[in-house]
Design a binder for this molecule. Structure first.
Ligand code: PEP
Ligand code: MN
Length: 354
């Protein structure tokens, strides 16, 4: 059950409502509200609200309305919010802000190396990403590697280099945070907090990322074998913790065929647009694991109406310390950006296909 709070409510009426909500939920902590589309809302398990509690809520002058989306995820649901969420990225640390999601926004291309390796590599890549026309720089400072013997990232030094690359290019940066204790350190430098596939159901991390002090958006990758409902419920953790700015990222799911690293489930794009208002981006790099497949799957992602792409790019992919096999060269990235714009224009009917 979602309760919309009346913006005009007096502070006494609001306090009375909060007290009632604490009684209904049995919570001793203050109730967390979320601002979505300028409305302040709070979601509760509808199982907690019997007829008497519902009546008591309806009598509160601070309650504007009650909504029951009837799905396990509530704030994320399209049944609750029909308009697509648009999120401004990069308005905190001085980069050039970009909007992702919403009804008519251009797709946002995020690109950069899998891992920040050193200053030269990152600055060179950042300039190339900018010249290619992408709007956000990606780069991992903390890397979740399958083997403990593989390069684990530069850590804090990588964050400083990302901030320097933003200063150089104006591109907002996205980087992964792997543990709750590091959320604040990462938020000091990042414009988007990335939660990786291996951590997609790390609930303490989701909550901490949601509550980051810079109010940064969170990009939530789909877990390796996550159902769509599980993914939306992970997003719901972030929304219910007070952060309305969640971007969903499909990065391929685990299957049985080793030919590709994962299976890119493009069906999720139109499906998620029906189920949720949150922006959806496609990662053609981790989903395929092969750089020669990235341009085609990028086109397919945009054609399926994704709100953006996140692509690994490296000036010398064969020498990359991480994921070089799936990293495209900057020239390829430039073509992907151009094609994304052409496909978007075509979908909008701005160019004829005849
Ligand atoms: C990455 O973006 O480099 C990454 C580790 O992604 P994923 O969590 O999707 O594997
Ligand atoms: Mn990678």
């Amino acid at each position: 059950m979602i309760i919309t709070i009346n913006n005009e409510a007096s502070s006494e009426a609001r306090a009375e409502l909060m007290e009632l909500l604490c009684r209904i939920t049995g919570s001793k902590l203050p109730i967390t509200t979320t601002i979505m589309q300028k409305r302040e809302v709070v979601a509760l398990d509808s199982g907690m609200i019997d007829a008497q509690a519902e009546r008591a809520l309806r009598e509160q002058s601070a309650v504007e309305g009650l909504h029951n989306p009837k799905t396990a995820y509530q704030l994320a649901s399209k049944a609750f919010q029909a308009e697509r969420t648009s999120i401004v990225i990069g308005n905190v640390h001085g980069g050039n802000p970009v909007t992702i999601g919403g009804e008519h926004a251009n797709p946002v291309i995020m690109a950069g190396p899998c891992a920040v390796e050193d200053r030269k590599q990152l600055m060179e890549t950042a300039l190339a990403v900018k010249n290619a026309g992408a709007q956000v720089l990606r780069g991992g400072a903390f890397k979740p590697r399958t083997s403990p013997y593989q390069f684990q990232g530069l850590g804090i030094e990588g964050l400083h280099l990302l901030a320097e690359a933003r200063e150089l290019t104006g591109l907002p940066v996205i980087t992964e945070v792997m543990e709750p204790e590091m959320v604040e350190a990462v938020a000091q430098h990042a414009d988007i907090l990335q939660i990786g596939t291996r951590n997609a159901q790390n609930f303490p991390l989701l909550l901490k990322a949601a509550r980051n002090s810079k109010r940064l958006p969170v990009l939530l990758k789909r877990g390796l074998a996550m159902t769509i409902d599980e993914w939306l419920l992970a997003a719901e953790y972030i929304l219910a913790a007070g952060n309305p700015n969640v971007i969903l990222c499909e990065r391929g799911i685990r299957s049985y065929d080793p030919q590709t690293r994962n299976v890119l489930d493009l069906t999720v794009v139109p499906l998620l647009h029906q189920l949720t208002h949150l922006p959806v981006v496609i990662d053609p790099s981790h989903s395929t694991g092969r750089r020669e497949l990235v341009p085609t799957m990028s086109r397919a992602g945009i054609a399926s109406e994704a709100d953006g792409l996140i692509i690994e790019s490296h000036p010398d992919p064969d020498k990359a310390l991480c994921d070089g096999r799936q990293s495209v060269r900057p020239e390829t990235l430039e073509r992907i950006v151009l094609e994304a714009q052409m496909i978007t224009n075509m979908i909008r009917g701005e160019v004829s296909v005849a």
